[in-house]
Design a binder for this molecule. Structure first.
Ligand SMILES: [Zn+2]
Length: 252
């Protein structure tokens, strides 16, 4: 082990989502999910996964292309705050030891505003049906304004955007119930893709259905039925290098 007065990050490797594995000069490694750390002007661009992946080791820590970085000490302590003390060379351990009866689930990353998050489900399904795109893996859901990016080879026309909005408001007006079902990993209903779940997700998975319209695995918080979303409005869109961004608002 190298003897240094200062804590340094000597290597970093991208895993998935917002997770990066870090090697410290004290011989320890840890996996950090940066999602909750990406607040503030300099970190905001990193919410875009392609920017997030663009990092290197500079001045003994991890630094992104736009100059954003974190102190090695902060990152080393960060997991400790969540009671996840890193062991030398220990791999990340999913805290999902099954309890006796109740299904054990991973905690959701962030409490999202339920009407906006439920609208996200409808939007994912609608975009898939209309344009054949995958469910978004890049969204930022908030009470005031939500952003979601879809991989598309062209931007939608104004008419198409209006049609997406119209269909979602139709689904809201239909007041579809949101229902839940717990399944084990080997009994996943057809049509459910698990690519949004972290690799270390627990063996019990919660399936969320919105009427017969949408089905997906999710641990977020939803409204009881779609009428609670109130109203769905797309406030702006943009297109950049194969990524179509929709900014939307729900019930004001
Ligand atoms: Zn959800």
């Amino acid at each position: 082990m190298k003897d240094s007065l200062f804590l340094e990050i000597i290597k970093a490797e991208y895993l998935d989502g917002y997770r990066i594995k870090l090697w410290f000069n004290n011989g320890r490694t840890k996996v950090i999910d940066f999602y909750d750390l990406l607040d503030g002007e300099i970190y905001e661009p990193l919410k875009d996964i392609s920017n997030f992946k663009d990092f290197s080791i500079k001045f003994n820590t991890i630094e992104w292309k736009n100059g954003a970085d974190f102190a090695p000490e902060f990152l080393f302590e960060y997991e400790k705050m969540e009671n996840k003390v890193a062991e030398p060379q220990a791999e990340y351990q999913a805290t999902t030891k099954s309890a006796e009866s109740a299904p054990v689930l991973n905690a959701h990353n962030k409490e999202e505003f339920p009407p906006a998050h439920t609208a996200e489900h409808l939007l994912n399904q609608t975009m898939g049906r209309m344009f054949g795109c995958e469910r978004s893996r890049n969204s930022h859901i908030e009470r005031k304004k939500s952003k979601i990016n879809f991989q598309l080879d062209r931007p939608l026309t104004a008419d198409e955007v209006a049609e997406v909005e119209r269909r979602i408001n139709e689904l809201i007006a239909a007041d579809l119930p949101v229902t839940y079902e717990f399944v084990t990993r080997d009994h996943i209903p057809e049509g459910v893709k698990l690519n949004k779940l972290p690799e270390n997700a627990s063996d019990t998975i919660r399936i969320v259905r919105i009427g017969d319209y949408d089905i997906c695995a999710c641990l977020g918080t939803h409204v009881a039925s779609t009428a609670e979303i109130g109203n769905f409005r797309i406030t702006s869109t943009s297109f950049n290098d194969g990524s179509f961004r929709i900014v939307y608002k729900v019930a004001e």
